[in-house]
Design a protein around this ligand. Structure first.
Ligand code: RB5
Length: 142
């Protein structure tokens, strides 16, 4: 199960991502925003992050204009490792090395085609489970 959310800047890309998730047969819940009316990205970044941190959702996908504000917000929630990705290499590496549980993207940075490939790469790449990566991840939380 995937938790997804965006601000107004990410609303249109989120619609495309949700359609793509449906085509993959993925289950998701949309935590808003539900229109292109101006809103505050922390409200949606936090809602998705808390949903993932609760254990009810395996992954989160969050989108704002740059992906920066919403990823900063999500990373304030204990247990969340949100990775802002604008390319497939980063999306693969952050699953393999960081066991990232939230994917952040900037709708004003990546086009729809690339964004959907990034989503596929993120969702389809398992954590490496390498001892060195487990050790490093364990040092992240304050
Ligand atoms: C909204 O205009 C914009 O600031 C927001 O989507 C995001 O880019 C913030 O980091």
């Amino acid at each position: 199960m995937i938790a997804i959310g965006s601000d107004h800047g990410g609303y249109a890309l989120k619609q495309a991502v949700m359609k793509h998730l449906e085509s993959r047969g993925e289950q998701y819940h949309d935590f808003g925003t539900y229109s292109e009316a101006s809103c505050d990205y922390p409200d949606y970044g936090r809602a998705v992050a808390e949903a993932v941190a609760s254990g009810a959702y395996q992954y989160g996908i969050i989108i704002c204009g740059t992906g920066i504000g919403i990823s900063i917000t999500a990373n304030k929630v204990r247990g969340i490792r949100a990775a802002l990705c604008g390319d497939c290499f980063s999306a693969e590496a952050t699953r393999l090395h960081n066991d990232a549980n939230v994917l952040a993207m900037g709708a004003r940075v990546v086009g729809e085609g690339l964004a959907l490939k990034i989503v596929d790469t993120f969702l389809d790449t398992p954590f490496s489970n390498d001892e060195r990566h487990i050790r490093r991840i364990s040092k992240i939380e304050p």
